[in-house]
Design a protein around this ligand. Structure first.
Ligand code: G1P
Length: 228
């Protein structure tokens, strides 16, 4: 299995802190967010990090870390969305599956290990604000039925997409539609995979979202042991 970490974004919700440091390199308890994520990965053949904004800093970090030796970066020079970022990595893939992670939240090592066991799937964690997330609906057998992006009017709690997926290599053969916001969305790649075969919903026991400055500040004193 390979891994892709999406780390090209501008981190606008973390401004002004992201004006000189890309969000994946903001520290949480003394370690860059990206270092927590790379350190929590299950064993992978190859790690590809999608970069653009302040890319040189992320490349310098990757050159200095010791978790993964076989890594590369792919430059996403246009902000065409997470689905476009995924597809940009096609030529760098080596394995039969790929784990794809958002580069900006802390995830649990044990949860990623469980996700790595399924042929195709997505981590899910309950949230109290469904309108801020992609909300996951399951079939009775625990496979994915549908993800609805940022729905209005749903009673909490709901199960959210926390930005961790395993795709079969066949995902790189899909053609993604342009979404209403003019981007190619990774959730459309999930929908196409789920239509082609079982896509497991894997419950996550841990998730430390760092979506805004108060969450980043709270992370400095949060229990991060599950991410180690
Ligand atoms: C993205 C996904 C959404 C998911 C969220 C997790 O949203 O589109 O499904 O719940 O990440 O952080 P974004 O953060 O781009 O608004």
């Amino acid at each position: 299995m390979d891994a892709i970490i999406l780390a090209a974004g501008k981190g606008t919700r973390l401004r002004p802190h992201t004006e000189t440091v890309p969000k994946p390199l903001l520290p949480v308890q003394g370690r860059p967010i990206l270092d927590w994520i790379v350190g929590a990965l299950p064993p992978v053949e190859r790690l590809v990090v999608v970069v653009n904004y302040l890319a040189e800093q992320i490349e310098a970090y990757l050159a200095s870390q010791t978790h993964v030796t076989n890594w590369a970066t792919v430059r996403q020079s246009e902000p065409l969305g997470t689905g476009h970022a995924l597809m940009s990595c096609a030529a760098e893939m080596r394995g039969d599956r790929v784990m794809v992670l958002n580069g900006d939240d802390l995830l649990g090592r044990a949860d990623l290990a469980r996700l790595a066991e399924v042929p195709a799937g997505i981590l899910a964690h309950p949230v109290q604000a469904p309108k801020d997330y992609g909300i996951i609906f399951q079939n009775l057998d625990g496979t994915l039925k549908q993800i609805i992006e940022k729905p209005d009017g749903l009673e909490p709690p709901q199960l959210a997409n926390i930005g961790a997926y395993v795709f079969p290599r066949s995902v790189f053969g899909y053609t993604l539609p342009k979404s209403p916001r003019g981007e190619y969305e990774i959730t459309d790649a999930v929908a196409q995979c789920a239509a082609a075969g079982p896509f497991r919903v894997v419950p996550a026991t841990y998730w430390l979202p760092i979506g805004n400055v108060p969450q980043w500040e709270a992370a400095q004193t949060a229990d991060v042991r599950p991410a180690t």
